[in-house]
Ligand binder design. Structure first.
Ligand code: SAH
Length: 281
């Protein structure tokens, strides 16, 4: 069965009395070339375990299951589960899980085993999904995600056009846009253009305490993006949490040491500069 053929896909939906819901980000991939691109960029081998986010009708799941050892296919919509069971019935290395990805713990099925994340994700929760997996105690080696093009472009931003999302993602890993995807590659077509993005995580993760301090400084620095970063950071004392000890004076002194001009805007600072700022504060 070729589910990239819209007629076939529609028939499957009809048979199961399923109507795609916009509010759940249900746009199904019907473009063989993009499917091929996603699976090849994830460079899967028979050693890989993949968690797929939003398995839908199992189109991408089928391709992933041909190349990897095991696929955990997460799908929130229980109406899609009978379709997934039918489409994937011969794929013995796929485990279908009817759950919300945001409340799913990879440890549950995988323990501490290594894994990759792949998915054509529901766009209404793109940022929470990315944040969740970057911050996981047992994070994936990499993520290959189809997301809104505009969000993908914000994630790969460089100084002087940085933003909080770009700093967050680039702190944890190296993001790249692999391909742009047109609306017509989906059924039904979404309202926005898309992109396939790959994020390879840093092997060395900073410890939790450092991460808390780092994000406290970065978030305060970006509190008013139009204002000077020094002015924003002088508010650190007022906003500091009890367990994150940071003084605005120490951060401002550290800026001086590093020759970071406090009159610059947060969007001009590199991830390296934010890390150095955290290191001595
Ligand atoms: N992977 C399929 C479907 C992509 S559409 C394909 O490429 O064709 C996005 C899918 O995510 C939908 O099936 C939708 O039901 C599912 N979804 C939406 N919110 C979700 C959530 N919170 N957790 C898991 N899946 C979700």
């Amino acid at each position: 069965m070729d589910l990239t053929d819209v007629k076939t896909l529609k028939n499957v939906f009809l048979k199961h009395d399923f109507i795609p819901r916009k509010s759940w980000g249900q746009n199904f991939l019907v473009d063989k070339k993009i499917l091929e691109k996603i699976t090849s960029i994830a460079s899967l081998s028979e050693k890989d375990t993949v968690i797929e986010i939003g398995a839908g009708a199992g189109t991408l799941t089928t391709e992933l299951s041909k190349r990897a050892k095991k696929i955990i296919a997460i799908e929130k919509d229980k109406k899609l589960i009978p379709i997934l069971q039918e489409v994937l019935k011969k794929r013995s290395n796929v485990k279908i899980v009817n759950k919300d990805i945001l409340s799913y713990s990879p440890r549950f099925h995988l323990g501490r085993c290594k894994y990759k994340i792949v998915g054509n994700v529901p766009y209404y929760i793109t940022s929470p999904i990315i944040r969740k997996f970057l911050e996981e105690d047992t994070p994936p080696a990499e993520l290959v995600l189809t997301i809104q093009r505009e969000v993908a472009e914000r994630i790969i931003a460089k100084p002087p056009n940085m933003n909080l999302l770009a700093v967050s993602v680039q702190f944890y890993g190296v993001p790249e846009i692999v391909s742009f995807v047109s609306k017509n590659s989906f059924f039904p077509p979404p309202g926005v253009e898309s992109a396939v993005m790959r994020i390879v995580l840093n092997y060395q993760r900073k410890n939790k305490k450092f991460r808390e301090r780092f994000f406290k400084i970065v978030k305060t620095g970006f509190a008013h993006p139009r204002k000077q970063v020094g002015k924003n950071l002088s508010l650190l004392d007022k906003t500091a949490d009890k367990d994150i000890r940071l003084s605005s004076q120490a951060v401002l002194d550290r800026m001086k040491e590093l020759s970071i001009n406090p009159q610059r805007r947060a969007e001009t600072l590199s991830v390296e500069e934010w890390i150095n700022l955290t290191n001595g504060s």
